[in-house]
Design a protein around this ligand. Structure first.
Ligand SMILES: [Zn+2]
Ligand SMILES: [Zn+2]
Length: 231
């Protein structure tokens, strides 16, 4: 396959995973064009708690002001719509697991742009074993692996799902909080320490990440920050 790759690239040159345009980006090793790269969220212009892009005149984030999240900060590649939504859909439901490489590398880039502390480990939000059996791969785990390799951190599966939850996308905002309450448990009784980078594919209401982060804090983590692809 290694010998074949240059040939395949010659006839089917890799394209931007978002817009399918030619790869003209200076970012090495990621399949994104310059225009899509320039369109990624700038974490400095987003809410530091929930990564919602803020308008210049906004003093409070309209999404999370007055809410409590167990994670201290969040960053995302972009808003969950348009090309990014399609990419996430292909990644999660169309068996395009190779997309984890570009998505994870870009997420690592976003994390480096945040003023976050040093992390002890990268922890993926786990998939329930039933879902894993259906899909064949754990999308948050694959992302966590790429991010961790880029940041030179270990991936640690500190969390398990205690029950299979209904897909959050099928529920309204309030039901999402009920759906994931107590959905996680620590995977071992060994106490955690240090700052933990939690990784998931999406952040919507924050309910899933909040519950996962709360479990990590109860297990001894000093703080939890969240990196996602879409929000
Ligand atoms: Zn593009
Ligand atoms: Zn916010």
């Amino acid at each position: 396959m290694k010998l074949l790759t240059p040939l395949l690239d010659l006839f089917f040159p890799p394209r931007c995973i978002f817009c399918r345009g030619p790869l003209d980006c200076e970012q090495q090793g990621v399949e994104i064009c310059q225009s899509c790269y320039d369109g990624l969220l700038d974490p400095r212009q987003c809410c530091s708690r929930c990564s919602h892009p803020l308008l210049k005149q906004e003093r409070f984030c309209p999404v999370c002001h007055g809410r409590f999240f167990a994670f201290k900060g969040a960053c995302a590649l972009n808003v969950y719509r348009g090309n990014l939504k399609q990419v996430v859909h292909r990644y999660k439901y169309k068996d395009k697991r190779h997309l984890a490489h570009t998505l994870g590398r870009l997420a690592a880039g976003q994390i480096k742009r945040c003023n976050w502390p040093n992390f002890k480990a990268v922890v993926p939000v786990p998939l329930h074993p039933l879902r894993l059996a259906e899909r064949g791969y754990d999308q948050a785990f694959l992302l966590a692996e790429v991010i961790a390799a880029d940041l030179q951190l270990p991936v640690q599966r500190h969390l398990i799902r205690t029950r299979a939850t209904i897909s959050q996308t099928k529920l309204d905002s309030m039901s999402r909080w009920d759906n994931v309450r107590d959905a996680f448990a620590p995977s071992s009784c060994v106490a955690l320490s240090g700052n933990i980078l939690l990784v998931d594919d999406l952040l919507t209401t924050g309910a899933t990440a909040h519950n996962a982060a709360e479990t990590l804090l109860f297990a001894g983590a000093d703080s939890v920050y969240l990196a996602v692809v879409g929000r």
